[in-house]
Design a protein around this ligand. Structure first.
Ligand code: SAM
Ligand code: DTB
Ligand code: SF4
Length: 337
């Protein structure tokens, strides 16, 4: 009894500290990796209580933003990301396809809108767009935006001038993930550096496009490294507006296939730590939902996740059916935004 009172006093102190940190958006190094590890190590109920409190101070706790993804250019990618079924060098079931036609993209966007998505995210399996690739994508962005949807694109690394063109076309969000902690990164990807990723994120920020940046967990990283990823994100001069937390979807033929499965409670803890360290960001429960029990998804929403990918496909792998998500939202009293 005494011990549990003591725990809750510690937890209240931590909570005050995290609420104070959240007010100071100009500072970098808001969170040390050790402080984030300490969040992970809290008793589960204390962690959830802190995360809910931070969540409620910043968001409607019953509203979840929904984005629909479309792979506009699938497979055949030159990079070696160890998790990715679209890398040309791995033997997976994904076949390389050319860039989709504008009308097909618009038809998919219309369907997403009819199903209640507020944002449409277009993904391309490129190291980065060549100028001749970017032009048709700019047209897609402008037309999807004209349909009244928010636009998001994930096209790889951006070169000089490309972020400006995306902004001009009406792009609202650019997704580019750090994927993991700097110390683990080289175990997963060798064809582009952490610094390359940070530079693309700077280009996106510099033209005032919203940043969507997160990572993947369950790749064999340690808890320290999960905390290290969150520290990188939370300590950005402006933390990302949107933080996708993906659970590795293991695909046969990729180097990370066969990695030990992450404990689902550790996944929930990661969502909670993301919520506490990035109080004003949308935290997206991203890849991995198809294999996740609805009870774990519910815990993720309590832990502060307030965005999902909606629609039966992510890029190349499956996602829960829209009907299944509608039922889950109804059961939990969640409203889509
Ligand atoms: N090619 C571009 C790039 O890498 O930036 C854009 C598309 S890429 C598929 C977008 C993100 O999807 C990756 O950064 C990674 O975080 C995530 N992703 C890819 N494969 C995944 C998998 N098997 N499980 C979970 N997330 C994955
Ligand atoms: C993100 O962080 N997750 C999405 C989106 N950004 C582009 C992609 C998940 C991909 C999962 C594997 C696949 O479907 O190919
Ligand atoms: Fe290519 Fe992106 Fe997949 Fe890496 S994550 S292999 S860059 S499509």
């Amino acid at each position: 009894m005494l011990e549990s009172t003591h725990e809750s006093i510690i937890s209240t102190e931590n909570l005050k500290a995290s609420l104070n940190k959240s007010c100071d958006s100009a500072t970098v190094n808001r969170w040390s990796v050790d402080e984030i590890v300490a969040l992970f190590e809290l008793p589960f109920s204390d962690l959830m209580h802190q995360a809910q409190t931070v969540h409620r101070a910043n968001f409607d706790p019953n509203a979840v933003q929904v984005s629909t993804l479309l792979s506009i250019k699938t497979g055949g990618c030159s990079e070696d990301c160890g998790y990715c079924p679209q890398a040309a060098r791995y033997h997976t079931d994904v076949e390389a396809e050319p860039l989709m036609k504008l009308d097909d993209v618009l038809a998919a966007a219309q369907e997403a809108k009819n199903n209640g998505a507020s944002r449409f995210c277009m993904g391309a399996a490129w190291r980065g767009p060549k100028q001749r690739d970017l032009e048709p994508v700019l047209k897609m962005i402008a037309e999807v935006k004209a349909m009244g949807l928010e636009t998001c694109a994930t096209l790889g690394m951006l070169k000089d001038g490309q972020a400006e063109q995306l902004k001009e076309a009406g792009l609202d969000y650019y997704n580019h993930n750090l994927d993991t902690a700097p110390e683990f990164y080289g175990d997963v990807i060798t064809t582009r550096t952490y610094q390359d990723r940070l530079e693309t994120l700077d280009r996106v920020r510099s033209v005032d496009i919203n940043v969507c940046c997160g990572g993947i967990i369950g790749m064999g990283e340690s808890r320290n490294q999960r905390a290290g990823l969150l520290a990188q994100l939370a300590n950005m001069e402006r933390p990302p507006e949107s933080v996708p937390i993906n659970l590795l979807t293991q695909v046969e033929g990729t180097p990370l296939h066969g990695t030990d499965e992450l404990d689902p409670i550790e996944f929930v803890r990661t969502i909670a730590a993301a919520r506490i360290t990035m109080p004003q960001s949308f935290v997206r429960l991203s890849a991995g939902r198809q294999s996740m029990h609805e009870g774990i998804q519910a815990l993720c929403f309590i832990a502060g996740a307030n965005s999902i990918f909606y629609g039966e496909k992510l890029l190349t792998t499956g996602n829960p059916e829209a009907e299944t998500d509608k039922k889950l939202f109804a059961k939990l009293g969640i409203n889509k935004i």
